[in-house]
Design a protein around this ligand. Structure first.
Ligand SMILES: Cc1cc2nc3c(=O)[nH]c(=O)nc-3n(C[C@H](O)[C@H](O)[C@H](O)COP(=O)(O)OP(=O)(O)OC[C@H]3O[C@@H](n4cnc5c(N)ncnc54)[C@H](O)[C@@H]3O)c2cc1C
Length: 291
């Protein structure tokens, strides 16, 4: 078995960390391509890698497989995601046990988006319930939770969202990772508000490099994140020149990351979207800062 490490311990050990994310294939036919992309990203030696989980169950069995392989073959600590909105308690138990058997020590505990066609299972309403369940199955995992610097899309008032976040952290989150945001002042305001409410766990900003114009509409639709004028202008200028757009998007993300680290927010997660070239671009710019 490869290196396994609790992310909470990693954060105590290292002042600055950089992690990348991959998502499993939608069908088994795409498995090899995703494994190749994941291994190329692992070769960049990030501090850890996260592997997302399909809320509808379509890609869920591959999360454990990809995460386990990353840890065993490439010695990268992993964070395996788990969503509950479409899961029975029995399914959650079996996935948690599988993570355990594979030596995975970190779980990102999520509700998942409510499926458009409606829910097929009602065992869980919120991520908080999942966290209690994981802890009752096995109390040894390091648990991450999601948070939303601009407020979660379903919650009309951010103060309510933060109150729910406090309940989630109290249920047993060891750290939080944020939804993407493109203006760091959004994060600094959010941090001020949650610290004031007694949420003290590490908050890991999730940075999404915007490297093609279509991503902007897609990201906004999925996350509700605000696109600042600075980014709109960049996309407008480079949208029709893919190589320049990619370079500009990587530099925009690095600029965000350097500002965060300069301000003491120093555990950074990059939504690298199965794209080794983009992960490499970020790493090349930051290597001496994060080592
Ligand atoms: C870092 C990160 C990683 C992600 N990874 C994945 C992934 O791998 N797979 C995937 O499918 N999706 C993923 N998502 C998307 C996520 O599943 C959605 O954003 C989802 O809509 C909310 O999940 P949550 O865990 O934040 O939910 P919750 O924490 O349950 O919150 C959801 C909503 O319910 C509200 N709420 C919470 N508790 C209560 C309560 N007691 N009463 C009333 N309202 C309440 C909250 O305010 C919020 O509006 C990720 C998101 C982030 C930020």
């Amino acid at each position: 078995m490869g290196i396994s490490m609790k992310i909470s311990d990693l954060f105590k050990e290292k002042e600055v960390t950089l992690s990348f994310e991959v998502f499993p294939p939608k069908t088994d036919a795409g498995f090899e391509a995703v494994e190749k992309a994941a291994s190329d990203i692992a070769a960049l030696s990030p501090d850890f890698m996260s592997v997302t989980y399909g809320a509808g169950g379509g890609t869920s069995k591959n999360t454990a497989r990809i995460a386990g392989d990353l840890q065993d073959r490439y010695n990268v600590p992993v964070l395996a995601h788990l969503t509950c909105v479409s899961s029975t308690r029995d399914l959650v138990r079996s996935v948690v046990n599988e993570y355990k058997e594979r030596g995975i020590e970190n779980i990102m505990a999520l509700r998942g988006d409510i499926p458009k066609e409606g829910r097929i299972c009602f065992d869980y309403d919120h991520a908080t319930e999942l966290i209690y369940d994981i802890k009752s199955i096995d109390d040894s995992f390091c648990i991450g939770g999601a948070c939303y610097p601009e407020g979660h899309i379903e919650c009309a008032r951010q103060s309510e969202d933060i109150a729910h976040l406090k309940e989630k952290v109290d249920a047993g989150c060891d750290f939080l990772t944020t939804q993407m945001f493109f203006d760091n002042s959004t994060l600094y305001q959010f941090l001020y508000r949650i610290r004031e409410k007694g949420i003290e766990v590490p908050v890991v900003p999730g940075i999404m490099p915007i490297t093609n114009a279509k991503q902007v509409a897609r990201s906004v639709a999925l996350s509700g994140s605000t696109i600042p004028q600075k980014m709109k202008i960049m996309v407008d200028r480079f949208a029709d020149e893919p190589d320049k757009m990619k370079e500009a998007g990587i530099i925009y993300a690095c600029d965000q990351i350097i500002d965060l680290i300069s301000n003491g927010v120093s555990h950074i997660h990059v939504y690298s979207m199965n794209k080794p070239d983009i992960a490499a671009g970020i790493m090349d710019n930051l290597r001496s800062i994060i080592r």
